[in-house]
Design a protein around this ligand. Structure first.
Ligand SMILES: C[S@@+](CC[C@H](N)C(=O)[O-])C[C@H]1O[C@@H](n2cnc3c(N)ncnc32)[C@H](O)[C@@H]1O
Length: 268
């Protein structure tokens, strides 16, 4: 019998006798534990079991009660600790065992978090789903860098795009960047060259600034300023690591480094 079988063989004391079967999806925010919502904190405190992702910071896991079971189901660099279908199966089993189940995801669970698939599968299994939003990493990065994504002098539109579509190709970014627009690119490190080329093919100025924000809101946050043309070279030269996102647009001109040593890699 696996440890999961043992776990699911025991019912939560609160759920015993009741027949509500529920999973709560909680957004952990971008890393700083102070950015977890109060509602998310309460859900974590009362959970019997928490299934958590790669990008959930250790400081948030430290907030859990000692008796709470933590099950890591992350996908470091695309390789899964547990496949998406296994994750869904375990969520269903835990909920059916009467446990108070939290599915904890980095950022906001409803932004590039595969929550849609999990909600559909849980509903199909007649399991109730609650969602507690989190601060998405674009908001976290905007705040920690003080780059307002919609600064009125520069942008009236903001788009969030993933560079990693299900089929592996770059998302269609036509019309999303350039004058009056801010584009925030999630999961872009491995597709920096394709992104740079696609932006230039769309007529975006090669000198348009980009802020690369690595580990936003965490103690090891790093901000690198570059340009559309230089993006792939900067990512390689500066050895940019996940998690990182790109803020593309004139709003980046408002960035003021916290100290004079902050990196700049623009060679426009
Ligand atoms: C699978 S998506 C999850 C997004 C998450 N649901 C959110 O709302 O932020 C993972 C990507 O989010 C971005 N990301 C998440 N946390 C980040 C952080 N602390 N700093 C910079 N980017 C982050 C990166 O682009 C990373 O590759």
């Amino acid at each position: 019998m696996s440890s999961l079988d043992l776990l699911f063989g025991t019912q939560s004391s609160a759920a015993k006798g009741g027949d509500i079967r529920k999973v709560t999806l909680v957004g952990a925010g971008p890393g700083d534990p102070g950015l977890l919502t109060r509602k998310g904190f309460d859900a974590l405190q009362s959970a019997d079991v928490v299934f958590f992702d790669e990008l959930v910071s250790p400081e948030i896991i430290d907030l859990l009660q000692p008796q709470t079971r933590c099950i890591y189901v992350g996908k470091p660099c695309g390789s899964a600790a547990m496949s998406q279908s296994d994750i869904i199966e375990q969520l269903i089993r835990a909920a059916r065992a009467g446990l108070r189940v939290v599915r904890l995801k980095g950022g906001d669970p409803m932004v590039f978090g595969r929550s849609g698939e999990e909600i559909e599968a849980l509903r199909a299994a007649s399991i109730e789903v609650d969602v507690v939003p989190g601060i998405t990493s674009a908001s976290g990065a905007a705040s920690s860098t003080r780059i307002s994504l919609t600064h009125r002098d520069y942008a009236a539109h903001v788009s969030f795009v993933t560079a990693a579509r299900r089929e592996g190709e770059l998302a269609d970014i036509r019309g999303l960047a350039g004058k009056g627009r801010t584009l925030v690119v999630y999961m872009g490190i491995a597709r920096a060259r394709a992104l740079s080329e696609a932006l230039q093919a769309d007529g975006v100025d090669a000198a348009l600034p980009i802020a690369i924000v690595e580990n936003a809101t965490r103690p090891d946050e790093r901000v690198i300023i570059t340009t559309v043309r230089e993006l792939p070279n900067t990512v390689a030269r500066q050895n940019v690591r996940s998690p990182a996102l790109f803020i593309v647009g004139d709003v980046v001109r408002t960035y003021v480094p916290a100290d004079a040593s902050a990196a700049s890699d623009a060679r426009a």
